[in-house]
Design a protein around this ligand. Structure first.
Ligand code: BT5
Length: 273
């Protein structure tokens, strides 16, 4: 795909994003900022004030971009996509993690349009050539056992060069531009992502997680891999056999028994070669 680097470095604007956006609901209301602490923090505030499902917050830079468990998300300015989407799914709290998996599928599918080899690493990282190109942070507010709203925070490395990342991340992170060898038009990417997110989210609401599971598994880079799980309830190793009906990771332990993992960080033993 030939994209001029002028398009890749065009500043993000609400007008351009709205014009490019073909999703029916996601992105109809877009708030675009030069710099914020975290797009998730801004979206959370808007959701608390009653912002509608589909409202999107985008920033050129984040001073406190965050990952899971208080980790930081490196957010160099003007190169990438830092986006938060407000969702109000009519689902019980226990099903909320599935929304993160739905998002991981949509991000990976969109990334594949630019960098063919993108894969999903449970729960919802997107990797290209074994390096992380995108991460997702799902933050939820609940009421009476039901989801009140979810803020879906998505960071995608689109045009970062290796030197834009902190030194400790340079051998772990990658941008789609580095992978594909051509700059990524950020407006086009954001519009495609919102459209894909809406399509997969609607499928999930209509038909349940079963409709997502096989699509997700077809893009998983973990199935059949020997992995170590850290955090969550226990630390363990085993071979990934797939995704359970509710989105938990199924693991065959060295003794042969099957375990379900509902939370934690996965490391592939021996890497991705
Ligand atoms: C995530 O957390 O991967 C979720 C990242 C979500 C970021 C988005 S940006 C828009 C929205 N607003 C926010 O404030 N956050 C969301 P986790 O699985 O905990 O991974 C974090 C780890 O990924 C870090 O500890 C680093 O090792 C690595 N990392 C940090 N920045 C990265 C980057 N830009 N690219 C690749 N890896 C990165």
């Amino acid at each position: 795909m030939m994209i001029t680097s002028a398009a890749a470095h065009r500043p993000l604007s609400v007008d351009d994003l709205r014009r490019a956006c073909v999703a029916a609901r996601f992105g109809q209301d877009i708030r675009c900022f030069e710099s914020v602490t975290s797009t998730n923090a801004v979206a959370h505030q808007l959701a608390t004030e009653g912002a509608a499902e589909g409202t999107v917050v985008i920033a050129e830079a984040q001073s406190q971009g965050r990952g899971r468990l208080g980790r930081a998300w490196a957010s160099p300015p003007y190169r990438n996509l830092y986006l938060s989407l407000i969702l109000r799914p009519p689902i019980p709290v226990a099903s909320a993690p599935q929304v993160g998996l739905v998002a991981g599928l949509a991000v990976a599918e969109t990334a594949r349009e630019w960098a063919g080899a993108a894969a999903i690493k449970w729960p919802n990282d997107v990797l290209v050539r074994g390096r992380k190109a995108a991460g997702i942070l799902t933050e939820m507010e609940a009421e009476d056992g039901r989801v009140r709203f979810i803020v879906l925070g998505i960071g995608v490395n689109l045009n970062s060069a290796p030197e834009d990342f902190p030194p400790g991340l340079r051998d772990k992170a990658i941008s789609l531009c580095s992978a594909a060898g051509t700059p990524v038009d950020r407006v086009r990417f954001a519009a495609r992502l919102l459209s894909q997110l809406e399509q997969r989210y609607d499928l999930f609401l209509r038909e349940g997680f079963a409709a997502i599971r096989l699509l997700w598994e077809s893009l998983s880079c973990l199935t059949g891999r020997y992995v170590q799980i850290e955090g969550g309830e226990e630390q363990c190793t085993g071979v990934v056999s797939g995704l359970d009906g509710d989105g938990a990771l199924r693991l065959r332990r060295p003794g042969g028994q099957e375990t379900r993992v509902v939370a934690g960080d996965v490391t592939v033993i021996g890497g991705y070669v």
